[in-house]
Design a protein around this ligand. Structure first.
Ligand code: KIV
Length: 272
């Protein structure tokens, strides 16, 4: 509850979302919604629509900055955008992606990067890509009080290694590795795990077995939470990944509005 200016307590204020809220939701079989956000205005809109978690993904590079992968995204860029999202949110949990090269070298490097992110943005958690090989790093961060979200399956920062953004877990060996990855990040103390572009029955099995929330994108309906990229959900992206449906066509609507205004200006009809 929060006090208003007259000192009265507002009964209906939504409580801030925490890692514990998300864990409780899993335990009660309640779904949560995660959406990417990159600035204060999108944070405010997503929260007004009831989104629980705002993920400042390094997809930032591709959907906002015109880059052709997430690899060139810098820590300073992530901090700049995450701080803006934090300024726009009231109760949503805000997660910042650690960009490529800012955490893979050692647990100590990941810790120093996470400290910068948490101190300079005010966000709640960091996300990093990788399963079993990153478990020691996740443990190092978790033991030092940092909330870590893991990300397995399609991990876009490794696109140069895999050569594509295609489905992961396509054969028995890859599926067994993904199960080990999920178990390892969970045992290491991650508070949630993103499952990207993996077979739906595998995601269902991982979701049943892990005690932390699974957050699916291209991983079927049985995950504990779903995440989408802002520009994909709203139909702003020029092209969506096959697993990311658009719920409207803002790209066309924005284009139409700007074209109408432009025509009015050129015709001398824009009078304000
Ligand atoms: O960078 C990002 O937006 C992500 C989500 C797609 C999970 O990692």
């Amino acid at each position: 509850m929060q006090a208003d200016r007259s000192g009265k307590e507002a009964m209906n204020e939504k409580k801030p979302i925490t890692a514990a809220t998300l864990l409780r939701a899993k335990q009660h079989d309640e779904r949560t919604t995660w959406l990417t956000a990159y600035d204060a205005v999108s944070a405010t809109i997503a929260e007004a629509a009831g989104v629980d978690v705002l993920l400042v993904g390094d997809s930032l590079g591709m959907v906002c900055l015109g880059l052709d992968s997430t690899i060139p995204v810098t820590l300073d860029q992530m901090i700049h955008h995450t701080a803006a999202v934090v300024r726009g949110r009231k109760t949503a949990w805000v997660v910042c992606d650690l960009p490529f090269g800012s955490y893979q070298k050692s647990p100590e490097q990941a810790f120093e990067t996470s400290v910068r992110v948490l101190q300079e943005t005010g966000c709640d958690a960091v996300k990093l890509e990788g399963g079993e090989p990153m478990a020691a790093t996740i443990r190092f961060l978790a033991e030092r009080g940092i909330a870590v979200v893991a990300h397995i399956g399609l991990t876009p920062q490794s696109v140069k290694k895999f050569g594509s953004y295609g489905k992961r877990g396509k054969n028995a060996d890859e599926q067994a590795q993904l199960k080990r990855d999920a178990a390892a990040v969970c045992a290491a103390g991650a508070v949630a795990v993103v499952l990207e572009n993996i077979p739906h029955d595998l995601a269902r099995e991982i979701t049943k077995k892990t005690t932390i929330p699974t957050v699916g994108i291209g991983a079927g309906a049985d995950c504990d939470a779903q995440v989408l990229v802002w520009h994909d959900l709203l139909g702003i992206s020029a092209q969506n990944p096959p697993f990311a449906p658009a719920y409207t066509n803002l790209r066309q609507q924005m284009c139409d509005a700007i074209a109408r205004w432009s025509k009015d200006v050129k015709n001398g009809d824009f009078a304000s």
